[in-house]
Write a protein that binds this ligand. Structure first.
Ligand code: GAR
Length: 209
């Protein structure tokens, strides 16, 4: 089974969705969880599931490049096939990202390429969008700019605030992230040399669920 390493910074509900999928028989194991914050609740989720975890605090490093070098060394100690960012709230250096080309996925709470960056739910409401969602994408040096693998769409309701919208999006994240990781683990999903994701031997045009 494919070995998946999950990077987190917080609650880890996406981590939980991946743990639950693995427990239910998906063809991957969560081999380790790494957090940049020692108070991330996701660490408790890992402990409960018997998954090894580690904390690498960015405040112990002066330069971003130094942190990322230590992070790469830590990650490699777990020999993962795939690294997944699940609410990992750090920008990664291009050098680090290049080392994981085609082997690192992220989930972002918007319908990329719309609303890269932070505070997506608030910004979607401010822009009076009628729909919103989440995207799983391969990580490239461009922040939230890597090729999209799969998206989930939700309707924005008139009564929504950022919290209700975030909750509705998060529920869909918990569906599409395990799905994309499963595709990768099954050897069906890969990033082509020209940066286009392929599924089952054909170019993937970001399916929307
Ligand atoms: C998720 O909504 C994820 O998409 C988002 O943080 C949340 C983490 O929740 N990620 C980003 O905003 C990345 N820039 P979780 O810790 O419960 O999985």
């Amino acid at each position: 089974r494919a070995r998946i390493l999950v990077l987190i910074s917080g609650g880890g509900s996406n981590l939980q969705a991946l743990i639950d999928a693995a427990t239910a028989g998906a063809p991957f194991v969560i081999s380790a969880v790494v957090s940049n914050r020692s108070d991330a609740f996701g660490l408790e989720r890992a402990r409960r599931a018997g998954i090894p975890s580690a904390v690498l605090d960015h405040r112990d490093y002066g330069e971003r490049a130094d942190y990322d070098a230590a992070l790469a060394t830590l990650i490699e100690s777990f020999t993962p096939d795939l690294v997944t960012l699940a609410g990992f709230m750090r920008i990664l250096t291009p050098h680090f990202v290049a080392g994981y080309s085609g082997r690192m996925l992220n989930i972002h709470p918007s319908l990329l390429p719309k609303f890269r960056g932070l505070q997506t739910h608030r910004r979607v409401l401010e822009a009076r969008e009628s729909e919103h969602g989440a995207s799983v994408h391969f990580v490239t040096a461009e922040l939230d700019g890597g090729p999209v693998v799969v998206q989930a769409r939700v309707a924005v309701r008139p009564e929504d605030d950022a919290e209700t919208l975030a909750a509705r999006v998060l529920a869909r994240e918990h569906v599409i992230y395990p799905l994309a990781v499963r595709w990768f683990a099954e050897g069906r999903l890969r990033l082509n040399a020209d940066g286009v994701p392929w599924l089952d031997g054909a170019p993937l045009h970001a399916p929307v669920l």
